[in-house]
Design a protein around this ligand. Structure first.
Ligand SMILES: N[C@@H](CCC(=O)N[C@@H](CS)C(=O)NCC(=O)O)C(=O)O
Length: 256
């Protein structure tokens, strides 16, 4: 079902579950949170992130998305807080295993994808670096904005790129190992948060086609632009897994 956006003053007055999301692009953290609520069949009200709106920033405590508000609880903007809240609000299906070793593995993979030196952050900084150096990536004004906001450092661009390639490789190896034991999922043989994060974060490297993921052409070009190193590291198994997760578990077309 397409998202029904409400304005933020209205959302503030409401109780229940509300989420501020990045509109118009398949922003990986926002799309993953939407995915959690979808698979758990939890209803929520959507608010478009407006980075310039001071009142919204006061309400959410940040100028990034997603931010989840539940009743009068404090806003949750970190990926792990949002995942844990989703697990509490919708106990089935569980998106993290209960068994300690499998749970630790799942959480470590989530951190590899969503954390501050993870796939998403490194991918974004790689796009910033390319944009600032006229080598594709984000359009320059967006690259400047994202670079200042998310800690771009030209001197660290190469190590950032190396980490990005290593993470893509690690995820592909994990899926290949799982395939050998007969599973199409990252952990065990059922869907977990790792699968949803991996599928949604692939948008930074290879967004779904325009018919199911409608984006402005400049942003699409930016999301589709990869360095040669990333293109090489983007193993087909990562995109096959993305398609499997979207087709089997998430909502298509994306509602942005
Ligand atoms: N708070 C998140 C990360 C949020 C984040 O990076 N959001 C980006 C997603 S593209 C965003 O809001 N971008 C738009 C902007 O910064 O204006 C976490 O670390 O768990």
């Amino acid at each position: 079902m397409p998202i029904n956006y409400i304005n933020f003053e209205q959302a503030k007055e409401q109780s229940g579950l509300r989420m501020v999301v990045v509109p118009g692009i398949p922003s990986p953290w926002s799309e993953a949170a939407k995915g959690f609520f979808h698979v758990k069949n939890i209803t929520w009200s959507a608010v478009r992130l407006d980075q310039r709106d001071k009142d919204m920033a006061v309400w959410t405590g940040t100028r990034s998305g997603p931010v989840v508000m539940f009743d009068k609880q404090a806003p949750q903007s970190h990926w792990q807080q949002i995942l844990m809240l989703a697990e509490t609000l919708g106990p089935t299906p569980e998106l993290l295993p209960n068994e300690a070793t499998a749970r630790a593995k799942a959480l470590a993979l989530c951190e590899d994808i969503c954390g501050e030196s993870g796939l998403g952050w490194s991918g974004r900084l790689d796009g910033v670096h390319s944009g600032l150096n006229d080598q594709g990536g984000f359009p320059k004004p967006i690259a400047q904005y994202l670079g200042a906001k998310y800690g771009y450092d030209a001197g660290l661009a190469q190590s950032n790129s190396d980490r990005l390639v290593a993470l893509l490789h690690k995820l592909a190896v994990c899926l290949k190992d799982q395939k050998k034991s007969g599973s199409r999922f990252y952990v065990g043989d059922t869907l977990s948060a790792v699968d949803i994060y991996s599928a949604t974060f692939m948008a930074y490297f290879n967004p779904l086609e325009q018919s199911v993921c409608p984006m402005d052409s400049h942003m699409r070009a930016a999301f589709e632009s990869n360095t040669a190193e990333v293109t090489e590291a983007l193993d087909p198994i990562l995109l096959a897994h993305r398609d499997f997760i979207y087709e089997g578990f998430l909502e298509l077309p994306l509602s942005l």
